[in-house]
Write a protein that binds this ligand. Sequence first.
Ligand SMILES: NC(=O)c1ccc[n+]([C@@H]2O[C@H](COP(=O)([O-])OP(=O)(O)OC[C@H]3O[C@@H](n4cnc5c(N)ncnc54)[C@H](OP(=O)(O)O)[C@@H]3O)[C@@H](O)[C@H]2O)c1
Ligand SMILES: *[C@@H]1O[C@H](CO)[C@@H](O)[C@H](O)[C@H]1NC(C)=O
Ligand SMILES: *[C@@H]1O[C@H](CO)[C@@H](O)[C@H](O)[C@H]1NC(C)=O
Length: 328
Amino acid sequence: MEILIFGAGAIGAFYGSRLAINQNVNVSVVCRSSYQAVKANGFSIKSPLFGDYKWMPTRTFANSSDARRAGVKWDYVVVSTKALPDVSDDSELVEGLIGEETAVVLIQNGIGVEEPYAQRFPSAVILSAVTITSAAQPEPGFIQHHRFTRINSGAYPKDHEKATSKNSVFVDLLTKAGIDDASAYSAQKLQMLRWHKVAINAAFNPTSVLSYETDNPSMVQDADMYEHMKGVIEEVLEVAQKLTGSQLPKEFPTAAQILDNAKKSPKGSYPSMLADWRGQKKMELEVILNNPIQMARSKGLAVPRLQTMYALLRRAQATREQDFKSNL
Ligand SMILES: NC(=O)c1ccc[n+]([C@@H]2O[C@H](COP(=O)([O-])OP(=O)(O)OC[C@H]3O[C@@H](n4cnc5c(N)ncnc54)[C@H](OP(=O)(O)O)[C@@H]3O)[C@@H](O)[C@H]2O)c1
Ligand SMILES: *[C@@H]1O[C@H](CO)[C@@H](O)[C@H](O)[C@H]1NC(C)=O
Ligand SMILES: *[C@@H]1O[C@H](CO)[C@@H](O)[C@H](O)[C@H]1NC(C)=O
């Protein structure tokens, strides 16, 4: 089996290194800024669950042209770049890597991330995956796994035999590699999970940046912030149920459960959007805020909290980029 991770950063390298534990599975990577480091030394992973280990990918490519030139028939192309449609359409970058038997697996946050792939590769199996794993790449090739491993994946846009079978093989490879809480969802349930994850991201990520860098436990311990975040989560979940025409599964935590849980999160733990903000990187504002806003709007639904945060943050990001350029 041949798997390619396109954008092997924190999440891609973590899951890639686990998939590679399986016998008869070759895992290759496409890297960008970390290419030299990974090509030379592979990845070093530190994990509270799996310990410290090294992983040398089967092949390390600097870009998709190099990957195409290798002429491999990929069983899975896993896309784990940041989802930044305002910067690049990454579906274009994997063109030429998707053959008849290739399933595209998207491990990204956000709503609507699958659509460019579904449009570009209409006959390919598209798998949509949502993870709550917390990981980072503090230095090129160095992956710090913080906590959680859960990943769920399902077909997009709907279930059919080939997609279901590709999905269950992928999930099996993860569970065999020690990711006990990897599990396959139906296409419909996966979309609901995606909305649920976006509800959490939309509440925590923008709020941390807009409140001058507040950590997770402090945000939920502040009564005004708590009320704001509860409002965001409920706004998103309500729209999600209306748009999908289905109820939130009973086992998905409610807004209050999510926020109360976060009270126990470690001091100094921040949502990842804050790291992007601090690092002068683009934030995933389009897929976490704007796509839900546009989808809600197209059905005449109001999402005033999302719209306000999107307007403020998009402007803050643009102003920061201007300042950054004029200081060069
Ligand atoms: N980290 C988490 O804890 C976490 C948890 C849940 C979900 N997620 C989601 O998972 C996705 C991935 O996040 P992440 O934290 O793993 O991001 P990340 O560490 O920035 O990894 C993305 C990687 O993709 C590379 N990349 C981007 N464009 C590329 C291109 N054209 N060619 C080759 N490589 C390219 C980046 O290289 P450069 O260094 O050059 O940018 C980077 O190494 C996001 O949607 C995120 O929201 C993350
Ligand atoms: C890929 O895996 C097969 C079987 O495990 C192995 O024989 C082969 O050498 C691997 N390919 C590369 C490029 O390492
Ligand atoms: C891809 O990376 C290789 C280095 O391995 C470089 O020579 C080539 O110019 C790059 N191609 C593109 C299109 O960036």
